[in-house]
Design a protein around this ligand. Structure first.
Ligand SMILES: [Zn+2]
Length: 194
């Protein structure tokens, strides 16, 4: 494995883009940093990016190269430093390096899985609250409101708030919300059963 392949293996394009201040939206779309635009036309894939406006494209190394005007090896050094990869840019990786790289990769993937799950939990909860608010709305002013409607009135704003909060948070803040999200997951299951 060359140092270039290693870097591409460890750091995916959306992660790097976020790290360098590009605001990545849902479905991994963003404003192209290489031409002026108001509507995002750059699509980020795990290993590549492509701009439908100016046709800029490449991998994580060329992204960093072009963002900072670097040569390929300088971009590798930059990523190595900024992501704390501790790769030895000047010698091929030995077995210990490869083990460490794999561990880092597993950690990243485990985090990514948890993050996806957390998005789903918050989204489920939000939609449950929206459903309750809509389906169980009292038909007449004199009706005793359904308990699910009452619940939604107390929790809909919270559900919207926390979903937004999570979406905009950085990794550290997301992780600090872990317990709250577990609680929401249990609560959603309880509500769905009742
Ligand atoms: Zn572009």
């Amino acid at each position: 494995m060359t140092i270039f392949e290693e870097v591409k293996e460890i750091v995916d394009v959306p992660t790097a883009a976020r790290h360098y201040g590009i605001e990545v939206r849902r479905s991994n779309i963003c404003l192209c940093p290489f031409h002026n635009e108001k509507t995002p036309s750059m699509k980020l894939y795990k290993r590549n990016y492509y701009c439908f406006g100016c046709q800029a494209h490449g991998d994580v190394i060329s992204l960093v190269q072009n963002l900072f005007g670097l040569t390929p090896i300088e971009a590798v050094r930059q990523i190595n430093n900024d992501f704390g990869l501790f790769l030895n840019v000047d010698k091929p990786p030995d077995r210990a390096d490869i083990q460490r790289i794999n561990r880092q990769k597993q950690k990243r993937e485990a985090y990514q899985q948890w993050e996806n799950h957390a998005y789903k939990v918050l989204n489920d909860y939000l939609w449950l609250m929206r459903d309750y608010a809509e389906i169980y709305v009292p038909q007449n002013p004199d009706d005793i409101p359904d308990s699910r409607f009452v619940y939604s009135q107390h929790h809909l704003s919270y559900a919207e708030y926390i979903a937004d909060e999570f979406l905009l948070a950085n990794k550290e803040t997301k992780l600090s919300m872990r317990e709250e999200i577990e609680h929401i997951e249990q609560e959603t299951e309880r509500l769905k059963r009742s």
